[in-house]
Write a protein that binds this ligand. Sequence first.
Ligand code: GDP
Length: 463
Amino acid sequence: MNEEKNTALPVIVLAGRPNVGKSTLFNKLIKSNRAITHDMPGVTRDRMDGIVRRRGLEPFEIVDTGGITLDANAAPTEGPDGIRGFEAEILAQTDAALAVAAGVAFVVDGRDGLLPMDEHLAAHIRRKNIPVLCVVNKVDGLEHEDEILAEFHALGFPLLAVSAEHGHNIGALCEDLAEMAKNAETRQSGYLLGRDAKPLLRLAMLGRPNAGKSSLINALSGSDRMIVSDVAGTTRDSVDVRFENDGRIYEFVDTAGVRRKSKITDEVEKFSVNSAIKSTTKVDITLLVLDATEGVGQQDKRLIDLLATRKIPFMILINKCDLIAKNLLDALQKEIRETLVFCSWAPVLCVSAKSGLHLKDIIPMASAIHKECSIRIPTGQLNRALEQALHRHQPPLVKGRRAKFFYLTQAESEPPTFVFFVSDADRVPEAYGRYLDKSLRALFNLRHAPIRIHFRSSHKKSS
Ligand code: GDP
């Protein structure tokens, strides 16, 4: 019978508002014309699914959904004739598909441009926390591709221009989706096994004594939980503090030196850069707390330096901002920015554990950094990005010759690590490396994560 159905292939969901061309795209992907494109979309029929097979790619399942119509409040709103009355049902069906999806192909219409309804749906999909490829359909001619794509960058998803009707870029689409499916397989099985288990994000809070670490943790965790053992000699032991925020569990790990003020007696707390660095290896995101009234000390600078060179995802919190005047705070921020020249990606927040200033931005920022760090960019997209970057600025001549770029691949995540295969790595000047770094960051929305870039000499195209 239909064995394929039982093999549980990874699922990619096609989603989009009505009339963006999902059904045509679906047919192109499964190489059939069984979804009648002018039929009532997604309502009276069963869920449309099929298998995408292409030579050289792992097969995956594709699920077409009805056109989704959402308003700014993420509530279903009235759709066009064919689906009127079924909007909520379509959304529910789509959500059910998304719940087990390895990724989403979010389809938009390149001819219509970015519509508010696209943005509402994008926001809805973004909340699902699964990989998204924004497929800009109805782009038939290459001439205006960049122009057409430009406005869709605002969505923050990787983009691919296709024409379902004319078959433009369908091969590239299959490749990107197959990659998405493959990368998600492990993640998905974990997700399905522990559906209700909330993901845990581990954090470290570092900084000099009295910078306000304990106060911040208490403020963030919403209670006075910094309980330290009373047994003499154990007060320096690590304490983990857990709390929940937005459906996710956060844990401040190894909070040695972070404890109740009342427990600090004559013992002189030491802020050791070495032990601080050690604790960063146990966590996802590191929060370095500076005291606005004290400025950036030598130890802080050393620590920032280490965090930067080791590509540790971190953010800086300037605490006690309630205590200093705006002009002094501006000067301090400028000084910190200068310290961060080699890691301008690290975000800096001005906060106050006491007044509550910007405290609510801390956890979302930590999550955002972590999300960026976990990114997996399909090889097809990377190589198109490479082509674009090379086209915009070709590599400079070095000793009379230019390095040839063959291929780009992401070797690792956390932090994202990219390897460029080139004819001669010695002919890639540092400045050009920085340009490529910047280009990748801009194209894939990597704003606050550290990334690594390597150049590897190779004689031929690697596969
Ligand atoms: P830790 O040693 O880094 O854990 O620092 P604490 O959290 O114990 O804070 C040291 C002192 O600074 C305490 O007296 C806090 O009340 C005070 N403090 C912490 N954060 C702030 C803040 O944002 N504003 C002000 N005015 N005082 C703060």
